[in-house]
Write a protein that binds this ligand. Structure first.
Ligand code: NAD
Ligand code: IPM
Ligand code: MN
Length: 351
């Protein structure tokens, strides 16, 4: 029996509705693959913020440090400004644990119609590799002259040679493993300092990996191509903000943001990695018990893979594909009327 200690952070809104299904799937598949989990749950959330004035305790990262991985639901809820809640919990974990790769796979599954007539099952199977700790997300900047006609806000983007190179190396390595190529998202025609630098580092990385094909697209044109010919892409590497936007776009192409998973990886394994669905806390549907749990479940499968159980992980992804292809049980985001619990039960029957 292999043992893993997992930190669970349900967070806000539907985060708390989609984590129990992920846990259930892990328990179920774990039993058959000789994997056993201990869970430590943390109530870090906007509710905690309103009660205690902070999203997590001051030693929050220290409490997570010895865990094998972190499974997170979603963070952010009306009543607490988003930049306060996210910079009080999610972003400090990503940055504090050097989870510099945010891996976001997208597939069009059989049985989930894409809103695009051109995106058929099997044709779209891409991964967004998002830089996760620097770039456009940063603390440097400020606001001046509040409430006056001279009011202004400045937000600096920081790209470092080391920070960009490590995520590019990851993307090229992944493309080699997948037998595919890399597309770099850029905007060097309009953003004149950081993006030309990004492009140069991509070219350097490409030269180090002559066996991996690569190209680059301006982010605006790339967004259009995600819609027009999503099947063309394999590994798409992007800065923090561009990767964020592309991953929701790709999730929509695949039929629902409720399906899309994410792995926030510290590839060196010096710190725990964190697994969470791409979607947020969905306040518009929270409390109804109808959230799609597949994003969280697929994220849990990515966690299994990261923890050294690729066969168990593949079985979970296989069960997701099977329940979508073989039944019409679906949550409302996929056009069905099943609850989160009913959909999870249908999936468990396919494991
Ligand atoms: P969102 O992803 O929460 O919701 C966007 C739309 O998608 C909504 O209509 C929602 O109902 C739907 N949706 C999302 N997940 C779904 C699921 N599993 N099943 C069915 N439908 C689903 O994005 P938002 O509205 O921009 O953000 C809401 C809050 O969540 C904000 O506070 C935001 O900052 C936060 N957020 C957190 C994360 C995270 O924790 N990683 C990610 C994105 C947004
Ligand atoms: C995501 C989210 C977060 C991000 C927000 C909530 C800060 O959109 O995980 O994709 O931009 O990273
Ligand atoms: Mn996002």
């Amino acid at each position: 029996m292999v043992h893993h200690h997992i930190a669970l952070i349900p967070g806000d809104g539907i985060g708390a509705e989609v984590l129990p299904p992920a846990q259930q799937v892990l328990r179920h598949v774990g039993r058959r693959y000789g994997v056993d989990f201990t869970w430590t749950s943390y109530d870090w959330s906007c509710e905690r913020y309103l009660r205690e004035g902070a999203m997590m305790p001051e030693d929050g990262l220290d409490q997570l440090r010895d865990k094998d991985a972190i499974l997170l639901g979603a963070v952010g809820y009306p009543g607490v400004p988003d930049h306060v809640s996210l910079w009080g919990l999610l972003i400090p974990i990503r940055r504090g644990f050097r989870q510099y790769v945010n891996l976001r796979p997208i597939r069009v599954f059989d049985g989930v119609p894409s809103p695009l007539s051109g995106a058929r099952p099997g044709e779209v199977d891409l991964v967004v590799v998002r830089e996760n700790v620097e770039g456009e997300y940063g603390e440097i900047g400020g606001r001046l002259n509040r409430g006056t006609p001279e009011e202004l806000a400045v937000q600096e983007a920081v790209f470092t040679r080391a920070g960009v190179t490590r995520v590019l190396e990851y993307a090229f390595g992944l493309a080699r493993q997948r037998g595919g190529g890399v597309t770099s998202a850029t905007k060097s025609n309009g953003i004149v300092h950081t993006m030309p630098f990004w492009d140069e580092l991509v070219a350097e990385c490409g030269a180090r990996h002559p066996d991996v094909g690569w190209d680059q697209e301006h982010i605006d044109a790339l967004a259009a191509k995600f819609v027009l010919e999503p099947g063309r892409f394999d590994v798409v590497v992007a800065s923090n903000l561009f990767g964020d936007i592309l991953s929701d776009l790709a999730a929509a192409v695949a039929g629902s943001i409720g399906i899309a998973p994410a792995a926030n990886l510290n590839p060196e394994r010096a710190h725990p990695s964190m697994f969470e669905p791409v979607h947020g806390s969905a306040p518009d549907i929270a409390g109804r018990g109808t959230a799609n749990p597949l994003g969280a479940i697929w994220s849990a499968a990515m966690m299994l893979d990261h923890l050294g159980h690729p066969r168990a992980a593949a079985e979970v992804v296989g069960a997701i594909a099977a329940v979508l292809a073989g039944t019409d049980v679906r949550t409302p985001d996929l056009g069905g009327s099943a609850t989160t619990v009913e959909f999870t039960e249908a999936l468990l029957r396919h494991l």
